[in-house]
Design a protein around this ligand. Sequence first.
Ligand SMILES: [Zn+2]
Length: 209
Amino acid sequence: VAEADAIAETVEGLRDVGRLFHDRGWSLGTSSNYSVVLGREPLRLLLTASGKDKRLLRETDFVVVDEAGQPVSATAERPSAETALHTMLARRPEVGAVLHTHSVWSTLLSDLHADAGALEVEGYEMLKGLSGVATHEHRERVPIFANGQDVPALARQVREQLPADAHGFLLRRHGLYTWGRDLAEARRHVEIFEFLFEVLGRRLSLRGA
Ligand SMILES: [Zn+2]
């Protein structure tokens, strides 16, 4: 019963995330996927099922998957197409939740900065919303990876190249992946990154620089 309660609470938390992120335009048209670590030995991940409207997530729009991204019990739902990225990140001991969004600003900026291999953000107060960042003078380097439909290959590439101190990464013309110790921290990181991306994007629009 305790486990069922924990899953129900997590589902409610993710439905809330879906409503907020859809309303903010970060998870439109069934895009995005979200996951929370339920257990570690063995790894169990509660993940949004494939093709669901994030504004209207139902209690049944989730699957529990194992380390290989396979559903642990019989279900008609398919795990998200991007499951391998979630399971790869969830193997990091400090990661308790992974959130992925498709915003306009992350789509544009990941394209604009793709040749540099990363987007760098420095000097903004909101940077302090990232875990462990104590000053606005912090420089956050957000790696940008080429988008790809072979998600397991993409997950291997990210695992090999992602710096240990990263708070998130971008897929080119696609969106943001970020994470946290728990769902609340991961959600805060999405809000912080999307705020910063919008600031950088609007600044470019306003000043052309
Ligand atoms: Zn995606």
